[in-house]
Design a binder for this molecule. Structure first.
Ligand SMILES: [Zn+2]
Ligand SMILES: [Zn+2]
Length: 339
């Protein structure tokens, strides 16, 4: 089978690999689609280090079970995965904070993932509830968003929300946040420098979409009499994004640095200024089992408009092009087609 292997920093190659063989309790998934995630770009770039190459990347997958050696899983089930396999019984795992478990094996990070025609879901992952079966009403095009949407839902629960929110960035994550904040009744502003992504933000129902020019930022601050209650930064948290976040948040407001940061990026603040501004600074990442369940429910009930988000498809052999497309932010979400 064809697979895209992250070999080392800067090196992603298409290889012919044998279809994985199963041990007792494992399941074989035929991959239909797999989303290209910003974290995959960052890992290839060397900005983040929670990957163990060489590994087949891909953790936002949609597939079908084609072989099962697990008594609880049937052939033909439509599935995605909770890609964070963890020990399942430490303090963190018991509190649904699997991401902090010290025995994490990430699908597409440490063990082979979905940038391939097939992947093996190990017994341990199934036994700890990490294989997610979904009803057929969820298309593969929607199913690849179950995990990233779960990250947004998790962040929504952690963030201090009031009446207004500014989402920085109208990539797939920003566009899902915008829909969640609208559903919660928040006045939702989306800030995005690219016109085609601002159009999509309008299409999915943001109250206002703005460019990040000085004039547009001024307009936002005026409209919200001093800034928004909450900023969710759903973009790469480089210095420009950090500065923008502090510009548009009101005194006493909350900033959630959700997006990844370039390697070595620091957050420097004058502590006295910070003290009197009373800002609430936080970060959120990943999902919980709870938030993935919520995400599954929202997709089942067709509550989130994902159609305009999936814009570009690439075959596995075209993974380099797909990554370049995502890096250049040409569409919104780029995906690889498995088989
Ligand atoms: Zn992801
Ligand atoms: Zn654990």
């Amino acid at each position: 089978m064809k697979a895209a292997v992250f070999e080392e920093t800067g090196k992603l190659s298409v290889q012919d690999k044998p279809v994985p063989t199963l041990n007792s309790g494992d399941v074989l998934i035929k991959v239909d689609l797999c989303g290209i995630c910003a974290s995959d770009l960052a890992a290839l770039n060397g900005d983040i280090t929670d990957y163990s190459p060489p590994v087949v990347m891909g953790h936002e997958l949609a597939g079908i079970v084609v072989e099962s050696r697990h008594p609880d899983v049937k052939i033909g089930e439509k599935v995605t995965v909770n890609p964070m396999l963890s020990c399942g019984n430490c303090e963190y795992c018991r509190a649904d904070l699997d991401k902090y478990c010290s025995n994490i094996e990430g699908i597409g990070h440490d063990i082979d993932g979905g940038y391939a025609e097939y992947l093996r879901m190990p017994k341990h992952g199934i036994d700890t509830g990490k294989l997610i079966s979904v009803p057929d009403v969820i298309s593969s095009e929607e199913l690849i968003f179950l995990e990233p949407l779960g990250c947004c839902i998790n962040a929504m629960r952690e963030t201090i929300l009031n009446k207004s929110v500014a989402i920085l960035g109208a990539g797939p994550i920003g566009l899902m946040f915008a829909q969640l904040t609208r559903k919660t009744g928040l006045q939702t502003f989306v800030l995005e420098p690219l016109a085609h992504r601002r159009r999509t933000a309008n299409e999915v129902g943001a109250d206002a979409t703005l460019d990040i020019t000085a004039e547009q930022v001024e307009t936002l601050i005026e409209q919200t009499t001093g800034g928004v209650d909450t900023v969710i930064s759903a973009t790469v948290n480089d210095q420009r994004a950090i500065d923008l976040a502090f510009k548009v948040v009101r005194r006493g407001g909350c900033v959630n640095f959700f997006g990844l940061a370039p390697g070595g990026q620091e957050l420097r603040i004058n502590l006295e200024h910070f003290h009197y501004m009373g800002h609430k600074l936080m970060a959120s990442w990943a999902f919980s089992r709870w938030s993935l369940n919520e995400s599954r429910q929202l997709l089942t009930d067709n509550e989130i408009n994902l159609k305009p988000l999936l814009t570009d498809r690439f075959p596995i052999e075209g993974v380099a092009e797909g990554f370049e497309n995502a890096r250049q932010q040409r569409g919104v979400k780029s995906v690889l087609v498995g088989g």
